[in-house]
Design a protein around this ligand. Structure first.
Ligand SMILES: Nc1nc2[nH]cnc2c(=O)[nH]1
Ligand SMILES: [Zn+2]
Length: 472
């Protein structure tokens, strides 16, 4: 990214040390070079003045070439969220679902809206709103499904790049003439693959090394694709080493449909595997009802799962078992799955993850140790939204923490209103739902953020060192 100045961030930095534990760095300085990369983390930096004496000398940087950002008392830096499963064209429909479940929801609400986005002016409006709203909620990376339309999909990639959101952008493949509706489908398997290649080429043209925006192969789900298109996509995946995203085992009716369509495959996961689509770069959304055999196969292929708790509750799909998948060595991240998911926020997804895990627990006898184990902690939910998601979208080690060598994809969080000493000022009803009383430990502050926070607490957001959102 040309034109970025060097930056030093001072304050408290909180990130996942492991699934179970958050790391708190207080009075720290994180130094970011002009490419948006973290080059130094200094943990003993109590004031801005120290930067002159010590840090700048160590870095060999001139004061005049550096911007210094100091977090206010009570604020902290947190890694940007990763939305590992989201449909940008469905954004206008968030909250609009009535009592539908997956298959009738697709027909009633989703396909008409997606198809209407071949109108590029409408697509621009919807995609701009989706990107700006998710950035405002701290989402620095999103794995997007677009629509079947090449131009509108390419526009989504353009907008991610210009608005500064890291993204994987997929043109949706739907070529099964028996299942897909006439008004919204690819003409043939061949056309589906050709259009996919057009979007890959477009992304290559605008971001040649896929630094910020990458194409992602997107067979919508097994019912919407033919064997021919799935095999063709698998070949493109192998030839170009690209990521893949699709849906799996979300809804019982869907599972029955897949079993009927692919009787020769032993399970839903096996359908993808039999077509060469279960790869280490494959993101499978939902996995609510997968069997032991399917979990074993997914883990063996090192494919990843995007857990979408809001969507699974909205569409009455079921409660995915995150601990159970972790126990079977499956890497899991979080997805909003808008517009089935009603919220653009991964913080909301983290909260719903914690709650859905309690519903999983309620389905297990209290005497069984799994009852207690199923419940996820706040630390685990935040891990899923940051480092877990990074591993799911193939950015492990690049984003999700504050280590040297990582990129500055970060949000600045402010909780309540505090005065210079860090004590609460008067309650500010416009500033968000998180009220601080001054006696909370850092662990308690994070808990209050997860359960009552929202975009009003997300003060600033950076991607690869660039400021992409700032709250007025
Ligand atoms: N939640 C969800 N599941 C799907 N399965 C196939 N398409 C979709 C979709 O758009 N949303
Ligand atoms: Zn989805």
């Amino acid at each position: 990214m040309p034109g970025l100045r060097k930056q030093i961030f001072l304050g408290t930095f909180i990130s996942s040390k492991s699934r179970q534990e958050l790391q708190y760095l207080h009075d720290a300085a994180v130094c970011v070079d002009s490419h948006g990369k973290i080059v130094k983390v200094d943990v003993d930096c109590t004031s801005a003045e120290l930067i002159d004496d010590r840090l700048l000398n160590k870095l060999g940087w001139e004061k005049s070439e550096v911007d210094v950002h100091v977090a206010k008392p009570g604020q902290f830096f947190f890694p940007g969220f990763i939305d590992s499963h989201v449909h940008a064209p469905q954004y206008p429909n968030v909250g609009i679902f009535g009592k539908t479940t997956l298959l009738d929801w697709l027909e009633k609400y989703t396909f008409p809206l997606e198809s209407s986005l071949k109108d590029l002016a409408k697509a621009r409006r919807v995609y701009t709103a989706c990107i700006r709203r998710t950035l405002a909620n701290g989402t620095t990376t999103a794995a997007y499904y677009a629509t079947i339309d090449v131009d509108a999909t390419n526009l989504l990639a353009d907008l991610c790049l210009s608005l500064g959101q890291r993204a994987l952008v997929g043109r949706v493949c739907m070529d099964n003439q028996d299942i897909c509706l006439d008004y919204y489908r690819d003409e043939s398997a061949e056309a589906s693959l050709e259009k996919t290649l057009q979007t890959i080429q477009h992304v290559r043209d605008i971001d040649p090394s896929f630094e910020l925006v990458s194409p992602i192969l997107t067979p919508r789900f097994a019912p919407s694709c033919t064997s021919e298109s799935m095999r063709g996509l698998a070949k493109i995946q192998r030839d170009m080493d690209l990521p893949v995203q699709t849906h799996i085992s979300e809804n019982k009716g869907e599972i029955a449909l897949v079993a009927k369509m692919y009787p020769e495959s032993s399970s839903y996961a096996a359908v993808y595997d039999d077509h060469g689509l279960l790869t280490p770069r494959t993101i499978l959304a939902h996995a609510v009802h997968i069997s032991e055999d399917e979990a074993r196969l997914i883990a063996k292929r090192k494919s990843k799962v995007a857990h979408c708790p809001c969507s699974n509750s909205v569409l009455t799909s079921g409660a995915a078992r995150v601990r159970w998948m972790w126990d079977r060595d499956i890497t899991v991240g979080l997805g909003t799955d808008m517009g089935a998911g009603y919220s653009p926020s991964i913080l909301e997804a983290a909260r719903q993850t914690a709650l859905v895990s309690r519903h999983v627990a309620m389905g297990i006898d209290e005497a069984d140790p799994e009852h207690e184990r199923s419940k996820l902690t706040i630390e685990e939910a935040l891990y899923l939204g940051t480092r877990g998601g990074a591993a799911v979208v193939g950015l492990e080690g690049r984003v999700g923490g504050f280590e040297e060598g990582m990129e500055w994809d970060v949000q600045l969080i402010g909780l309540g209103d505090v005065n210079e000493e860090g004590f609460p000022a008067d309650i500010d009803v416009d500033g968000g739902n998180v009220d601080m009383f001054g006696w909370e430990s850092w662990e308690e502050r994070i808990a209050k953020w997860v359960y009552n926070g929202d975009d009003r607490n997300t003060k600033k957001v950076w991607v690869k060192g660039r400021l992409v959102h700032s709250r007025r």
